[in-house]
Each structure stands twice: as structure tokens, then as C-alpha cells.
Write a protein that binds this ligand. Structure first.
Ligand code: GLC
Length: 738
């Protein structure tokens, strides 16, 4: 035994000696900040300048002399983008980089289940790690302000509290893999039209209560190691060189210790980038117009031009050292983390995760007469209509576009699950976007069809007449002016004459289901003619399986809308984007509606939604008991507990999302009638009852006082509002704050 201890002692001594010989930055047993300072102290000026800007389309240089690795970034929020050529957007044609596509983040938000966000982040982080990527350029959490925004599908809806609760676990899951999440686009990038040129004018209350919370949660609770400033301007400064957003709020108020990575082409100036800009510059348009000159990385604003200003003595290395510290911290957390996991890609676990998240995100909007789930016991004939039943949706839409290992279409998913228990027929119904390529990735589908809309509608109506079920799968797609980066939609309605088709089908067959595949609200003029509607989202590789699971009832839908479906565009209460006077100008976008975005605006203007925020049905039913507060008065530093009993009064297991909103009955500043401050997704077996409780603290009662520049919980009368959606209030319980 003595020999053992002696051997151990020598071993420990040897390790300690070896570690002592390692330069501190290489010694994983030392504190992070010590390693950062040591590495910084060893770097030359040239090496420091080298690590704060891109060296290729998606990578930044390391310090070869010191063995500090280069850092590799990858899009996007829904899956790992295919490898691109060194200095190109086009894919490099590798044969090992097809990925798993997870559902779009609107679908994740629609699960209202933070456990799904953790599963999502962990899974996509494993794929990024396996592909040897150090930064995932996602998630996006810009608030859903207008239903026209081309990139709403990449974000988490209209409510800052829901987006905050869902983004934190996603980030933790990604970063467990030694991969940095890069939350984006910070901030106020709520539309795509003129995204490089619009200057947002918004009051501080709205900024702090609506547009910042999800980013703040990502940084202060999620511990995001990176953040991506947006293209647009705020207070007449581009977000990537914005004193208020980057220095005052992000690095000051939130004490962010990570890296601000510019959006690609978001940096426009050296001096402001030095003092109030990003820490890493990517994608700059070095030809001064809108594209990068080939391999002109030395011409980046934070490259040679910066070096020259330092050499001229106009700047010391003070700002540079802060940027480099942040980059080194990122490197030590990712590429240099010797203990990071191996990751994995296209695994059965990832397929299962994608299918589960998709299944939990699908929202049953309407189900009159219990048309759904499809009853297979009578070997039904099911006629599937619509381009989105077959169209690949993982290709296109901008930087979130992917090259997937596979994508199950709604039609294939349904055919597989119905199999011999029925007959599934397909008719096109309408022709929308027959394209199918992005950055050199081809969908491989030939959707061309020269028939006219009338011919297509006639064929579909004929097929639908005698069917037991008609399942229309339509909506939007990832083409420009649909759900796509770089441009917004121009209307709320469905494109490609779908409304006419849906009405024609409903006339000949009452057992009709509409599945809307979109990342945005759409108008539904035919809503009273159709008994059942599903919001299908962009569900990724497992789309068809997840949709079929819900359609045939294998999965009981439990999704809830993360944003409002207005009846018509004007009901959303958002002014249209103004026109540019001259191509090189900027243009003000004034957020006149202030706090009153989404359901907050619907309440204020007393406008009824087509389908409200938080809405979603189930194949079972739930009853809410009377909510009770443990006391009627609370002081600012204690909490209230609200309890209620929820019962599954239906015939099968299901999940309900109980929502708690707070209403401030009297406040010295205008406040929305109610604001989401807690929610709980509860799974109950048929007949099961369960008591659930919520804790109400002063934060839940507070508003941001922009004069005092702080959150204020004002004494007075409040209401705890228990609801199943923004329009389905179950009970209101008054209480007062002393
Ligand atoms: C794009 C997007 C951003 C993306 C980046 C790299 O323009 O705005 O979300 O991560 O450039 O593709």
C-alpha cells in the first residue's frame, strides 16, 4: 500500500512540474482570466490585429506561433450550414457535411417548453461540435413586431417573456458542447426590408420592456459567449458600432464578457468600431459597395486601417487589448477547451429530438366536430392537396438554409404512417415556388407544372369530392418575399391563389383540414368554411413524420402560438415601412406603437385576433379550478403564490400550457392590460387532476421607468390573470402591492 502512495505522490509531483513548465495560457488548471492575460501578454500587435477580423468567409485567424487556434463560425439557428469555399457564399461541395435540420425557432417557441429548448440546443450544439465549429450563429430572438418580417420564422415570437424563457436553455445546451452560441441580431432588426438602412426610433420603455429582454436573458442568464449586432441603425448609429447598445447596455449594464461578432457586412467604419464597435469583424464589403473584394481581409476596418491608426499614435492598444481578451476568452471556452465533448451528427437521437420538438410545436388552431385526428379504423381515402405537401423547405430562406441528410415531406410522412390502413392520394392544387436551390445546394425536386390555376383547382376539387378526408398542405415557403431573409412579405394573405382553392375544396367536402406551413401569421378568409386548421411551421428533417404523428393522433398536439394571427394586416397596428428618398440614404422607422406589440396592441385597440397569442387546442380537454392566492397583499420584497387545480377532463393524455399574465390596474405610466409573466406546460393523463402553482415576485409587477432608468413596481391594485391564451381568460384574482 505504501508503494501505492509513493507512486501517487511522484505522479502528482510530475504532473505539477509539467504543468508548471506549461505557459499559463496552455495550462487548463489555471483560472480563465489568468490564461487570457498570459496569452495576451505574449502576442505582437500584428497578431492582436489578426484575431479580431475574418480571414475567410466564416473563420478568424489564430496565433500560429503560440498554438492559439483559428476560430470557425457556422450558420445557423436550425442546423449546421454546409461548408463553403474559403471566400465564397457558395457551398464547397463537401460530401460529409449534410446535417440534421431541426424545426425553425418559431416551432421551438410554440412548444412553450424550456426542456425542448435545452434538448434543441444540446442537439444542434453536438452537430456544430462534430463539424469542428466554435461558434453557432444563432439563435435569433428578434421580437415579432410585424407579420410581414421575412425572418420571423427564425425567431421566437412576439412576447419578450416567452422568448427569454426559451432562449436561455437553448444557449446552455449549445455551449455544453464547447460551442459558443451567438445570439442575434442585436437589436431592433424586426424587418428585412432596407435592413442595412433603416434607423429605428423607439422610446426607452419599449426598448427595455419589449426588444431587449430576450437578449438580456441570453447574456445574463444563458451566459451567451457571443452576440451578433444587427445591420440596422438605432439612434442613427449602425448597431455594430453603437455606443448605447454595445458599450452602455451590453458591456456596461449587462457586464457581457463575450465577443460581439458583426453581422456579415455590418461594419462601416474604423474609428467607431475601435471605441464602440464589435470585437470581431466579418463579411465586410471591402469594395465599399455591397460585396467583399476577393480575400481583401487586410482591408477590413479592424485590420490594416486600425493597425495604421495605432502606429500613427492616434490610438493605444487599450481598446484592441479588450477586444483580444474577449476573443481569447472565446477561444479558451471553445477551440482550446481540451475537455470539450466529441459531438455527433445525424444520429438517431437527433432525429428523435427533431421529431419530438416538431411534434410539440405543431399548433391545433381549430378542430370543429373533432375532424382530427384522422380515424384510420375505417380505411379512409385521404386526398392530400398542395405544393407544401411535397416541397423541400430546408433549402432556401437565406443564411438559415441547409444541406440536409434527409427531409421527410408531409405527404411522405402521412403515406408511411397510414400505409395499409387507408389510401393516400395526392394532387398539386397550386403551383408556388418551383425553385429549390440556395448557395449551390439543390433540393433535387422538379416541381415544374405548366397547368393553370383553374386546371389545378378543377383537378383538386374532383379528387376531393368523394374523399373521406381532404388534407390541404399550403402556406408560405422560403422564396423571396415569403419567409426569407433580405426581404419582407408585401401582404398578409396566402400567395398562389390558395384561398380560392381552399374555398373550392371546402365546398365539396366538409371533412377538410388545412395545414399551414409558415413562420408567419397568414390571413384565413375561408376560416368559417374549414372545420380543422393546423399551424405546421417549418419542421426540418422530420417534418412529415411529426405532422403525420399529429394528424393520425399518435401525438396529441400541445403547441401554443408564439405570436398573434390578426384577421387582417391593419389589425396588427404596425405602420408600413417608409420608402427611401435616395438609395444611399437611411430612413427612420418609428415604433409608434411603443409597448403595444402583438396581444398587447390587440388588447389596447380592442381588436379581436383570428387566433390569439398562446392559443392552441388539444385532442383532450382541460378544466381550470379557481386560482387562489396565499395572500391578498404583498410587499415589494416578498412574493405571492398562486395555486390552482388543472384537470384533464377528456379521454386521452394531453398537455396544457397554463399562462399567467399580470395586469396593473393603476399605474402612473401607460401599461398593457396584461403581460405574460409565467407559464407552465402540464402533462395530465385522462381524468387526472394536479395542483400547480406560480410564484409572483416584484419583477413580475415591474415596468421600466425610462425617466428613472430603472424597473419600478408601483404600489397599488394588480390582477393575476390565469389564461389558456391571450383571449381565453379563465380567472382574474386581485391583489395589492403595498
Ligand atoms: C447574414 C445574416 C446572419 C448570418 C450571417 C452569416 O446576413 O443576417 O444571420 O448569420 O449573415 O451568414
Amino acid at each position: 500500500m505504501k508503494r501505492f502512495y509513493v507512486t501517487m505522490a511522484f505522479t502528482v509531483a510530475a504532473f505539477a512540474f509539467a504543468a508548471a513548465q506549461l505557459p499559463a495560457y496552455r495550462n487548463a488548471s489555471l483560472p480563465l482570466e489568468e490564461r487570457v492575460e498570459d496569452a495576451l501578454s505574449r502576442m505582437t500587435l500584428q497578431e492582436k490585429i489578426g484575431v479580431i477580423h475574418a480571414q475567410s468567409k466564416f473563420s478568424s485567424a489564430g496565433v500560429p506561433r503560440l498554438g492559439i487556434p483559428e476560430l470557425w463560425m457556422t450558420d445557423g439557428p436550425h442546423g449546421i450550414r454546409p461548408e463553403v469555399l474559403w471566400d465564397e457564399w457558395d457551398q464547397a461541395g463537401w460530401t460529409n457535411d449534410s446535417c440534421m435540420a431541426f424545426p425553425a425557432l418559431t416551432a421551438l417557441a410554440a412548444t412553450w417548453n424550456p426542456d425542448m429548448a435545452l434538448l434543441y440546443g444540446r442537439s444542434i450544439g453536438e452537430e456544430a461540435r462534430y463539424r469542428k465549429k466554435d461558434v453557432l450563429l444563432g439563435p435569433g430572438v428578434n421580437i415579432y413586431r410585424t407579420p410581414l418580417n421575412g425572418r420571423n420564422f427564425e425567431y421566437m415570437g412576439e412576447d419578450p417573456y416567452l422568448a427569454s424563457r426559451m432562449v436561455v436553455p437553448y444557449i446552455k445546451g449549445v455551449q455544453q458542447n464547447g460551442v459558443a452560441a451567438c445570439v442575434k441580431h442585436y437589436a431592433l432588426n424586426n424587418e428585412e426590408t432596407l435592413r442595412h438602412q433603416y434607423n429605428v426610433v423607439v422610446d426607452d420603455r419599449t426598448l427595455y420592456e419589449i426588444y431587449l429582454p430576450a437578449f438580456k436573458a441570453a447574456v445574463t442568464e444563458g451566459g451567451a459567449w457571443a452576440i451578433m449586432p444587427a445591420y440596422n441603425l438605432y439612434r442613427n448609429e449602425h448597431a455594430a458600432q453603437n455606443k448605447r447598445l454595445l458599450n452602455d447596455i451590453l458591456r456596461g449594464e449587462w457586464q457581457f464578457d463575450g465577443v460581439a461578432i458583426s453581422d456579415w457586412g455590418a461594419v462601416h467604419d474604423t474609428r467607431s468600431s475601435i471605441t464602440q464597435g464589435v470585437d470581431m469583424e466579418f463579411g465586410t464589403w471591402t469594395d465599399g459597395l455591397s460585396m467583399g473584394k476577393t480575400n481583401a481581409y487586410d482591408a477590413y476596418y479592424l485590420a490594416q486601417p486600425y493597425m495604421e491608426l495605432i502606429e500613427k499614435g492616434e490610438y493605444t492598444t487599450r481598446e484592441l487589448d479588450d477586444k483580444v481578451r474577449r476573443v481569447l476568452r472565446l477561444a479558451l471556452r471553445t477551440a482550446m477547451d481540451a475537455g470539450k465533448p466529441l459531438g455527433s451528427m445525424n444520429s438517431p437521437e437527433h432525429a428523435e429530438a427533431a421529431r419530438r420538438i416538431a411534434g410539440e410545436g405543431i399548433v391545433l388552431l381549430k378542430n370543429d366536430g373533432g375532424v382530427l385526428p384522422v380515424d384510420l379504423s375505417r380505411k379512409p381515402t385521404i386526398v392530400v392537396v398542395g405544393e407544401n405537401a411535397v416541397k423541400m423547405m430546408t433549402v432556401g430562406g437565406g443564411s438559415s438554409s441547409l444541406k440536409v441528410r434527409y427531409e421527410i415531406s408531409p405527404l411522405d410522412g402521412l403515406r408511411k404512417q397510414v400505409s395499409t390502413q387507408g389510401t393516400v392520394k395526392y394532387v398539386r392544387g397550386y403551383v408556388g415556388d418551383v425553385g429549390g436551390s440556395y448557395n449551390g445546394v439543390q433540393s433535387g425536386q422538379d416541381l415544374n407544372d405548366s397547368r393553370t390555376a383553374d386546371e389545378l383547382i378543377a383537378e383538386a376539387v374532383e379528387a376531393a369530392r368523394s374523399a373521406d378526408y381532404v388534407i390541404f398542405v399550403g402556406g408560405l415557403n422560403k422564396s423571396e418575399h415569403q419567409d426569407c431573409e433580405g426581404a419582407d412579405r408585401t401582404e398578409l394573405g396566402l400567395p398562389y391563389a390558395q384561398d380560392r382553392l381552399i374555398s373550392a375544396l371546402a365546398k365539396v367536402n366538409p371533412r377538410m383540414v388545412v395545414v399551414n406551413i409558415s413562420g408567419n401569421a397568414v390571413a384565413m378568409p375561408w376560416i368559417n368554411q374549414v372545420p380543422a386548421v393546423l399551424q405546421g411551421w417549418y419542421l426540418g428533417s422530420e417534418a412529415g413524420n411529426a405532422l403525420a404523428d399529429v394528424l393520425i393522433g399518435k401525438v396529441n398536439p400541445s403547441g401554443r402560438l408564439p405570436f398573434t394571427f390578426p384577421v387582417k394586416l391593419e389589425d396588427a397596428g404596425i405602420a408600413p415601412m417608409p420608402q427611401l428618398q435616395h438609395p444611399a440614404d437611411t430612413v427612420d422607422v418609428v415604433y409608434e406603437e411603443g409597448l403595444f406589440v402583438g396581444y398587447r396592441g390587440m388588447d389596447k385597440r380592442r381588436v379581436k385576433a383570428l387566433f390569439p397569442f398562446g392559443h392552441g387546442l388539444s385532442y383532450t380537454t382541460f378544466a381550470y379550478g379557481k386560482p387562489v392566492l396565499d395572500k391578498k397583499k404583498m410587499t415589494a420584497d416578498d412574493t405571492l403564490t398562486l395555486t390552482l387545480t388543472l384537470t384533464n377532463t377528456g379521454t386521452r393524455e394531453g398537455e396544457e400550457v397554463v399562462q399567467l399574465y399580470i395586469g396593473d390596474k393603476k399605474s402612473s405610466l401607460p401599461r398593457p392590460a396584461k403581460e405574460l409573466k409565467a407559464f407552465r406546460k402540464v402533462k395530465l393523463a385522462a381524468g387526472e387532476s394536479r395542483e400547480i402553482s406560480f410564484t409572483i415576485d416584484r419583477a413580475a409587477l415591474s415596468y421600466f421607468d425610462d425617466n428613472a432608468h430603472r424597473w419600478v413596481a408601483e404600489p397599488g391594485a394588480f390582477e393575476a390573470i390565469i389564461a389558456a391564451s391571450a383571449d381565453d381568460v379563465k380567472a382574474k384574482v386581485p391583489f395589492t402591492l403595498e
